[in-house]
Design a protein around this ligand. Structure first.
Ligand code: NDP
Ligand code: 8X3
Length: 258
């Protein structure tokens, strides 16, 4: 898509799932990429593949979105591309555990809040000032259907995604007098490493999330991201809810079709 050619796109959580698919789709549009995640080997492998195939500029940032000090240091001293980020895809996130609040694991709660909410805020705090300075940019937050509905045992994960919804709406209001767009993309079930991470590698529990139904693919979500990113200057995709055909709500899932 020519409107995205040469744009600088920063994607957090680019080592897997939705973030990785988004990186490939932006590369196909000839955007330049800043790929951020903790697993350096995966960043390097993806970047080598995309540079070879699409001849674009790619910068890999091995970083943890929970570490504001290190993020701000990278931006201040290391990366010119950061300062001219056209599109920020705040995608890094995770769920940990699936239990009653009464039995919840405090470390799991902290990790979800620190990553999904505070991490998204930290990256935005680093990048949005440059967008304001340039009076140009697009922040695309990956929320979730879990930011619109809740389900038992999803408590803290749902709370973080509701918080992302609030942050997205507030940021859009704060930037209404600028040329910066703010979008929320809110998927239902997508088959990625999400469930494996949630259940710490327990493949049986992880697989149960998608049992008897066909989930979205990360490429489906990446297509929606590209759609939002490539509208004309006056067209803001404010919010998009993406569902597989067999899902009509966070717990309304037809599990007999596959
Ligand atoms: P994956 O587990 O496949 O990918 C998650 C990505 O987030 C990885 O690249 C991981 O990279 C990165 N990440 C996690 N923690 C950190 C951290 N502290 N610092 C930097 N990067 C981090 O899952 P998905 O692709 O499914 O998840 C992407 C987003 O989509 C999340 O925000 C999730 O909540 C959301 N989502 C997912 C849905 C689903 O059904 N899969 C549905 C709705 C929303 P690394 O470990 O290398 O750092
Ligand atoms: C992930 C979707 O329904 O597993 O955000 O919480 S769900």
């Amino acid at each position: 898509m020519s409107i995205l050619k040469g744009k600088n796109v920063l994607i957090t959580g680019a080592t897997s799932g939705i973030g990785k698919s988004a990186a490939v789709k932006f590369a196909e549009c000839k955007s330049n990429l800043i790929l951020l995640g903790r697993r350096k080997d995966r960043l390097m492998e993806l970047s080598a593949q995309l540079i070879k195939e699409f001849e674009i500029n790619i910068e890999c940032i091995q970083a943890d979105v929970r570490d504001f000090k290190s993020l701000s240091g990278i931006i201040e001293y290391q990366s010119e591309l950061f300062k001219t980020t056209d599109i920020l895809v705040n995608n890094a996130g995770l769920a940990r555990g699936f239990s009653h609040i009464s039995a919840g694991d405090i470390a799991d709660w902290d990790e979800m809040i620190d990553t999904n909410l505070k991490g998204l805020l930290y990256v935005s705090r680093c990048i949005v000032p440059f967008m304001i300075k340039n009076n140009s940019g697009h922040v695309i937050n990956i929320g979730s259907i879990a930011g619109r509905e809740v389900y038992p045992n999803g408590n803290v994960y749902c709370a973080t995604k509701h918080a992302v919804d609030a942050v997205t709406k507030g940021l859009r209001m704060e930037l209404v007098n600028t040329d910066i767009k703010v979008t929320s993309i809110d998927p239902g079930l997508v088959e990625t490493e999400f469930s494996l991470v949630r259940f710490r590698g327990d493949t049986e529990k992880a697989g149960a999330a998608y049992k008897g139904m066909k989930p979205l693919t990360p490429d489906d979500v990446a297509e929606a991201i590209i759609f939002a990113a490539s509208r004309n200057d006056n067209f803001v995709v404010a919010e998009m809810v993406l569902l597989p055909k067999a899902q009509a709500g966070v717990l309304v899932i037809d599990r007999k079709n596959v």
